[in-house]
Design a protein around this ligand. Structure first.
Ligand SMILES: *[C@@H]1O[C@H](CO)[C@@H](O)[C@H](O)[C@H]1NC(C)=O
Length: 284
């Protein structure tokens, strides 16, 4: 990560300098024209309701025909003409960035005694959201990623692993993660990006009313009987993914119950790119 930033230091300095100039000009303009600031306030638009979407976290590819919404990693580019959601792992380390975290921000990684606390399913270390100062330091990092999402033209962002506290061996609370979510969501909103809650039905209405999430991305909600909880909070502003490593009957039930009003897809667990042998994609 830092490596990328170093090699990119010249252009980013230019962008930075231009940014300052624009900021000065904008503030000059807005102070002379009182309505300017309000008129240019960024409008936040949630994903379109009940449109086919694709979840491309295992690698980007041209979306299936008719796709309206796509979720891609923050390091990828947007799919032109679609509604693009930027995937940001805000609560755990991506495996290929663990070395960077350990080298530069080891104090922001969650520990129990001398050991890092891992999400063993995905081999990711949990980020430590337990104190104000750590959340502040984490927000500086995550917000800079969200800046990149905005610059690339994404419409929204998904902060993954909001539910990390449930894997934290009691070192983190839902409150810790919610306070952090509120901070990074406010930043994304300031850039005009919509923000999706990811899983975590325990939040109930706090997701919308306290954190200010705009929509929800719900994995396996049919499997775990959580869809109604999300629907109660977000109405139809919901993207649902069911996976193929449990009976497809679950997905079929989801389609039967909600397929005519919500965006629901079936994917292989590793979200493989199209063309790979075990790639699966289906929409209700
Ligand atoms: C964060 O978690 C710690 C315990 O790990 C707790 O003492 C603290 O009150 C929590 N803060 C919030 C805002 O929930």
């Amino acid at each position: 990560m830092d490596e990328y930033r170093k090699t990119a230091s010249r252009p980013s300095f230019l962008i930075f300098a231009c940014g300052i100039l624009i900021t000065i000009l904008t503030s000059l303009l807005s102070s002379s024209l009182p309505s300017f600031g309000a008129a240019s306030a960024k409008r936040i638009i949630s994903p379109p309701v009940n449109k086919p979407f694709d979840y491309q976290l295992g690698g980007s590819y041209a979306p299936p025909k008719g796709t309206a919404i796509v979720v891609r990693d923050r390091k990828e580019n947007v799919a032109k003409g679609l509604y693009n959601i930027c995937y940001v792992n805000a609560y755990q380390t991506q495996p290929d960035e663990t070395v960077w975290w350990k080298k530069h921000h080891t104090s922001l990684l969650l520990k129990k005694g001398p050991k890092f606390v891992y999400d063993t399913t995905w081999n990711e270390i949990l980020l430590d959201t337990s104190t104000v100062s750590k959340r502040y330091a984490l927000a500086r990092i995550v917000n800079s990623w969200v800046d990149d999402c905005a610059r690339k033209g994404f419409n929204a962002v998904e902060f993954d692993n909001l539910d990390s506290y449930s894997r934290s061996q009691h070192k983190l609370t839902l409150g810790n993660n919610s306070v952090f979510a509120k901070t990074i969501t406010a930043h994304a909103h300031s850039l005009g990006l919509a923000v999706g809650q990811k899983n975590t039905p325990e939040l109930k209405t706090l997701g919308r009313n306290y954190i200010r999430f705009d929509f929800v991305i719900a994995e396996e909600c049919q499997r775990y009987n959580e869809c109604a909880v999300y629907q109660k909070v977000y109405g139809l502003h919901m993207l649902e993914i069911e996976y193929t490593d449990y009976p497809t009957a679950v997905y079929k039930t989801a389609c039967r119950l909600n397929g005519n009003k919500l965006s629901i897809i079936l994917r292989d667990r590793n979200l493989l790119p199209k063309g790979m042998p075990n790639y699966i994609y289906s929409t209700c």
